[in-house]
Design a protein around this ligand. Sequence first.
Ligand code: SAH
Ligand code: DHB
Ligand code: MG
Length: 222
Amino acid sequence: MSEDVAVAVDRYIEGLFGGQDAVLEAAQQRAADAGLPAISVSAPLGRFLHVLALACGARQVLEIGTLAGYSAIWMARALAAGGRLVTLEANEEYAEIAGANVADAGLDDVIEIRRGRALETLAELEREQAGPFDLVFLDADKEPYTEYLQAALRLSRPGTLIVADNVVYAGQVLSEEPSEMVAGLQRFNRALAAESGVRAAIVQTTGVKGHDGMALAVVREA
Ligand code: SAH
Ligand code: DHB
Ligand code: MG
């Protein structure tokens, strides 16, 4: 399939659902105006995350990698009353933009943006016994994805859904001479497949963000 068809199908999917609303549009616009990299999930995959959050009846969501808050807003909108979403971001400027987007989305009381490097803020969440989370979305730097998975497992309960973005990376996960980043993804994929504490799958994705993939894992009974 050509990339053009994949892009057109993404537009088609968006069209079916009336596209994203003004709040999400404005969030992406603010990110673009501030020069943030265009690496959020696509609108169809944002909707996918929203549906996953609904499917697990999520009340507590953890996201690793906020950027401008786009995926966080999609997921937070699926939360039952009283639910909360904690999202981790190392870049101060990005966290600032995300904060403005979250406020404009009316989700100040739902989304907590925690600043700092994720390995540290994850340890902080463990110390606070902030878990268990019902849904965890991994989407920060790729080198430590395996460590993020281990932390996510410690913050989980049986039935928790763990989702990881970018696990195919335009097919670069096939490479025998991977970049550090892709090596991190390969290590994560192997660790996930070997992890007896979860039942996992990896699905390839395509569309406006090109060829990629998401891993989905459900935490099993101990
Ligand atoms: N989930 C977002 C996209 C996240 S992009 C969305 O779909 O809308 C990845 C983000 O992870 C970037 O904002 C980057 O600054 C952040 N990041 C990278 N390394 C990090 C680290 N060690 N700790 C926390 N955040 C990190
Ligand atoms: C890239 C894409 C992502 O979705 C992400 O989380 C990080 C990086 C990229 O295309 O480089
Ligand atoms: Mg990503």
